[in-house]
Design a protein around this ligand. Structure first.
Ligand code: ZN
Length: 290
């Protein structure tokens, strides 16, 4: 049962079951690459779900063969075009790293951390590829269900920076696997991600919707207060170990990379990065079975 609200064009907001909301990335024509409009729509849809006391669990899903190809590079949107800034702070159009940091702080790092701390349980279901910024629509959420063809990668070290802006790689994968993923740019398959503890369940592609919905309905039997407190308690366990400090410090290093590239290459990323990634993708066999 689709329930389009708010005039969304990049996503859909659905009510697939009692107490469950579902936000679907709806731009398979560009492999759900995220522009600013899509990110603001996701943020607004999450707010709708949080403010609806009938909703207890939120699913994040995606249309098409791939979950998300990352950031949409042709994005010419400006902060403020799609509603008021969420974190505030301003300075988004100032020249140099000052404006660039302010922008990425708002709709990359800021959104991810905000979504990670929303009070209701969130489940993301992933099929196909989730690349770089694509992981920023996966890792902020509480549970991850992957179809057996899912692949997770962050190849942006090739662009001369540490990784995407929500730097929780070591928390998600363990430090050794995180380094390998970043150093090589290679994808981690669904089953490997499950053995690493990054993914909760791997299911056949055709069962992804049904399995995730059943999991959401099971969770939605519980009272909101219990769910909220359990979520906060786990999050605070990570925060007590320094997660937020580590994420912020990696974000500043990310911007050291951008600033370096701007000086050396005249652009915020190393222009040879795309070629390195393209060559490697050609040379390596697909990791998926079937
Ligand atoms: Zn960046």
């Amino acid at each position: 049962m689709a329930n389009d609200v708010e005039g969304f064009t990049e996503i859909r907001y659905e009510a697939p079951a009692v107490r469950v909301a579902r936000i679907v990335l709806a731009r398979p024509d560009r492999r759900n690459a995220q522009d600013m409009k899509m990110l603001y729509e996701i943020n607004r849809a999450l707010d709708i779900a949080m403010h609806d006391d009938e909703v207890r669990v939120v699913i994040i899903a995606a249309d098409g063969p791939h979950f998300s190809a990352g950031h949409f590079l042709g994005d010419d949107g400006k902060i403020g075009d799609f509603g008021p800034p969420v974190l505030g702070g301003g300075g988004y159009e100032l020249p140099g790293p000052e404006g660039h940091v302010a922008k990425e702080q708002e709709f990359y790092l800021g959104f991810c951390w905000r979504w990670r701390n929303l009070p209701k349980p969130t489940i993301v279901q992933v099929q196909g590829k989730a690349i770089a910024g694509g992981l920023m629509l996966v890792w902020p959420f509480d549970l991850i269900v992957a179809s057996d063809d899912a692949e997770f990668s962050d190849p942006v070290v090739a662009f001369g920076t540490n990784g995407h802006e929500f730097f929780v790689h070591a928390w998600e994968l363990g430090h050794r696997k995180a380094k390998e993923m970043l150093f090589t740019g290679e994808a981690i398959g669904a089953e490997e991600a499950r053995t690493l503890g990054m993914v909760n369940h791997v299911v056949p592609r055709e069962q992804l919707d049904g399995f995730t919905l059943a999991l959401a309905e099971k969770i939605a039997q519980r009272p909101t207060i219990g769910l909220k407190l359990a979520k906060m308690s786990v999050n605070q366990s990570l925060d007590a170990q320094g997660m937020w400090s580590a994420v912020q410090s990696a974000f500043t290093l990310h911007h050291l990379g951008h600033a370096h590239n701007q000086v050396v290459h005249g652009m915020i990323v190393d222009p040879e990065g795309a070629e390195i990634i393209r060559k490697q993708a050609k040379a390596s066999k697909p990791k998926t079975a079937g």
